[in-house]
Design a protein around this ligand. Structure first.
Ligand code: SAH
Length: 224
């Protein structure tokens, strides 16, 4: 899978992709990530990529031309499943969306900045719009990092233990059960006995019960 991220501030995205699971995924060749700066596609001698909004009002708007040139160049080289714009008024990101995108093939991800992008970019070039929640950030870079992380960890082979990603919260419309590690007794705080029993069936049963309990309590909306 190849992820092409269009951003004015690639430095905001460097560390999220250079540690832990995402780093390993890149190193093992399961995912390739590239950054593209609209500035490099500006035909203006000042490398201008944004301008005042028509009709007046505060805030700059990212221009269509550099973005279109960049997307065209990428699409001429290979096929992409989706061209995604990170935007607070998009569809809220869910595990379902991440699951689907993790098996879908190459993606272009556009990060906005300032007031966002010229509406014609969204109308003509974008195939999918994703928000990471009902709040506004300064740019699409952190949302893009969130989206990429959630997709990458689902790519088969990325997480060592194949079942690990599948037993995380939201996979079966359920939250994950509690987890414990050594020591079994820490200042009289004990790990539930069943987990030490070695009885796989009993442990599985306990985990399911706890997952249900937790979902009902914390997220009645998905429990129902
Ligand atoms: N004027 C826009 C907000 C622009 S914020 C509005 O009111 O809807 C600048 C950029 O940050 C956006 O173009 C988008 O790419 C990104 N962004 C901000 N909040 C986001 C969120 N919750 N989810 C995804 N992207 C977001």
């Amino acid at each position: 899978m190849r992820l092409d991220i269009i951003t004015l501030f690639p430095e905001l995205l460097e560390s999220p992709f250079n540690v832990s699971i995402v780093k390993r995924a890149k190193e093992s060749g399961l995912v390739e990530i590239f950054f593209h700066n609209p500035r490099d596609f500006s035909s203006n001698k000042y490398k201008q990529v944004d301008d005042y909004q028509y009709g007046g009002g505060a805030g700059m708007v990212m221009m269509i031309e550099p973005i279109k040139k960049c997307i065209d160049l990428l699409k001429n080289k290979r096929s992409y499943k989706e061209v995604i714009y990170m935007t607070p008024d998009g569809n809220i990101l869910t595990q379902k969306i991440a699951n689907k995108l993790s098996i879908d093939g190459n993606l272009i991800i556009l990060c906005g900045h300032y007031k966002g992008v010229d509406q014609r970019v969204r109308d003509e070039l974008i195939t999918m719009e994703i928000s990471i929640g009902d709040y506004v950030l300064s740019g699409g870079e952190l949302p893009a990092a969130v989206l990429c992380d959630t997709i990458i960890r689902l790519i088969p082979g990325v997480i060592g233990d194949e079942t690990s990603a599948l037993t995380d919260s939201f996979q079966d419309d359920m939250l994950a059960p509690p987890v414990y590690t050594r020591p079994a007794n820490f200042e009289n705080l004990e790990v539930p006995k069943v987990l030490l029993s070695g009885n796989k069936a009993k442990i599985e049963e306990w985990r399911e019960e706890k997952a249900l309990e937790r979902t009902k309590k914390l997220r009645p909306d998905i429990f129902n």
